[in-house]
Design a protein around this ligand. Structure first.
Ligand code: ATP
Length: 583
């Protein structure tokens, strides 16, 4: 496929903000993609080059892209930086500078989407000496044969911000439209009265199809595979695979114990809610893999856990769901998530850190066991299997504490015990519910002391002055609405100036700098990637921010490296919290 077809699609998609229009445009494109042999072009629609379960990222910095652009266009880097300051988007700069290049129109037809994929994938492989030069050459090769519009989107893809507003939901819906069975043609079309849009077929059928596609995606984390199977009408062939990570099931909040029983039935199971990070433990013939919620395999960082799994879980193959919590090796007291989160990214001195920050694994679910997929089995049955194969080994690996009860009083006593022991609260779980990868479906509910915090993503930041010059010290944060990030406030307290005192401005700055996509004086825009927990005193309605709300006295309390941007607090949750607090 010509890359120009993709560039044209990106242009169309960015010309509208309406989800249904985007779905329609994308579905038409997918109809063309159906005929292509290599469906992995679909990754480029989300600015990616591999399936979402793959940890490799393009990860090209602004500086490197500028160098490549200079090599491709012949313009001095200083000139490019100057234009970048004016336009604030390197994509637009690439478009502008390429259009003034004489040979641009001659060579523009050369570039194919496959070639873009090949070159971008090579970028990930390079390591060691001469890497920078090799990367610049590969990028310049693409930019040289690109038309101005193509160059714009190439630069944006490299920087990880396509700005076309395509998220998981739109892509899923477009797959439904493009691939659903002919007798149930789903067409997003204008409603009869012209008031908005509606799907041109049976709503119930559309809902089912969307669920099937979403489920296939949550299980495989691979849109190319989902698209291919959907086209063939074989989505059912996508089943969980012990080699690959899948999305974990999530849990909404219950108001109280009565609410939990009302929603889950009686009796139900209550478990301690541990304050650590989620870990999916996979074992098959090839060994043990440990996946985080962001689908990263962290087995290298956690050799201790690999050892506990070998010693305490008896089975040939499995996928087990658990929470990893850290504790102080001397006092054995549980540590807050923030303290142990450094183990997730650590690449060196791992053994030292294992001793300094030991981990206990608390197992609470099993999805696959010795060749059998268990997700449709009731929770209680799944748990029986866990009990059979797990040897409890305190401070290393054990089953999560649990009780089964129909009594609010007993549940409350269990909850108080959990809090006394330093845990976050409890999870209430339906005894007969299946496991649904990736959904916050309410087969289990969390109950914890009323908190005033949200998980939000940083979308902009500002450099400090004086003592804080050089660090990004004020962060604009956003919540999620469908596929869009809506700003809700600015956070500048909660971080330390000295790293030894805790999470510092320096550390957060280091994480944000490679994500910068636009600079405007002291303010920068960043690729929405870093999720943080923000506590606040109350929520107000506010016209200042796009979300329509503002947080009063927001404070940075946690860096959530385990969290994806798709899992952050939604606008609907904020509205609900606002209503609750003001009633
Ligand atoms: P919160 O922000 O309220 O701590 P969260 O955003 O981390 O919650 P939720 O899905 O909202 O994630 O809450 C459930 C999380 O609690 C799970 O993702 C898991 O990491 C953790 N957890 C701890 N103990 C358990 C347990 N016994 N069963 C299931 N999840 C547990």
């Amino acid at each position: 496929m010509k890359y120009s077809q993709l560039a044209e699609l990106y242009e169309k998609l960015s010309s509208t903000t309406k989800s249904l229009e985007k779905t329609d445009i994308l579905a038409k494109f997918l109809n063309k993609l159906k005929k292509e042999q290599d469906k992995s072009i679909i990754y480029l629609l989300k600015g990616k080059i591999f399936p979402d379960y793959d940890e490799s990222e393009i990860g090209i910095s602004l500086q490197l892209t500028i160098k490549a652009l200079s090599k491709a266009t012949g313009y001095q880097e200083t000139k490019i930086v100057e234009e970048f300051k004016l336009l604030g988007d390197l994509g637009k700069v690439a478009e502008l500078l390429t259009s003034s290049k004489e040979q641009s129109t001659l060579s523009s037809t050369k570039l194919t989407a496959e070639k873009v994929l090949i070159n971008l994938r090579k970028l990930v492989e390079f390591e060691g000496k001469g890497t920078v030069e090799k990367k610049i050459s590969l990028i310049a090769e693409l930019l040289t044969s690109a038309s101005p519009t193509e160059a714009k989107y190439l630069a944006r893809t490299l920087l990880g911000n396509l700005r076309i507003g395509i998220g998981e939901g739109v892509l899923r819906d477009a797959i439904v439209v493009a691939c659903c069975p002919k007798d149930n043609k789903a067409i997003p079309s204008k409603g009869r009265e012209g008031s908005g849009f509606s799907w041109g077929c049976d709503e119930e059928k559309v809902k089912q199809l969307k669920e099937q596609v979403q489920e296939a995606y949550n299980t495989s984390n691979d849109f190319a595979l989902v698209f291919e199977k959907a086209c063939q009408g074989k989505l059912k062939e996508i089943v969980i695979d012990t080699e690959k990570p899948l999305k974990v099931m999530l849990y909404p909040k219950a108001d109280d114990f009565q609410d939990a029983f009302d929603r889950l039935g009686k009796p139900c199971i209550f478990e301690y809610k541990y304050d650590g990070f989620r870990m999916l433990i996979h074992k098959n013939n090839n060994g043990i893999k440990l996946f985080t919620r962001r689908l990263d395999n962290v087995a290298k960082q956690f050799p201790d856990v690999v050892k506990y799994v070998k010693e305490n879980i008896k089975a040939e193959s499995f996928i087990i769901d658990s929470e990893a919590i850290g504790y102080d090796p001397k006092t054995k007291k549980f540590l807050p998530f923030q303290t142990i989160s450094q183990r997730i990214k650590r690449k060196y001195d791992i053994e030292k850190l294992v001793k300094k920050l030991p981990i206990e694994i608390n197992v609470f679910d099993i999805l696959y066991y010795n060749g059998e997929n268990l997700i449709k089995k009731p929770f209680e049955k799944r748990h029986e299997i866990l009990k059979k194969i797990i040897k409890n080994d305190k401070y290393h690996l054990k089953l999560a504490e649990q009780i089964k009860t129909s009594s609010e009083k007993e549940a409350e006593e269990f909850y108080n015990k959990a809090l006394e022991e330093g845990h976050e609260g409890v999870m209430a779980k339906s005894i007969d519910a299946p496991y649904k990868p990736g959904s916050r479906i309410g087969y289990g509910l969390k109950i914890k002391p009323q908190d005033q915090d949200f998980d939000l993503v940083i979308v902009k930041a500002e450099y400090g002055t004086g003592k804080r010059a050089g660090w990004l010290t004020s962060y604009t944060v956003a919540c999620l609405q469908q596929d869009q990030f809506l700003e809700i406030g600015k956070v500048s307290t909660g971080l330390k100036e000295k790293p030894e005192e805790g999470l510092s401005f320096e550390e957060v700055t280091k994480k944000l700098k490679p994500l910068i996509t636009k600079e405007n004086g002291r303010e920068v825009e960043v690729k929405p990637k870093i999720v943080i927990t923000v506590t606040y005193q109350n929520i107000q309605k506010s016209p200042t921010y796009k979300s329509g709300f503002a947080l009063r006295f927001p404070r940075f309390t946690r860096l959530r490296l385990d969290r994806n941007t798709e899992d952050i607090t939604t606008l609907a949750e904020i509205e609900k919290e606002y209503q609750r607090a003001n009633n």
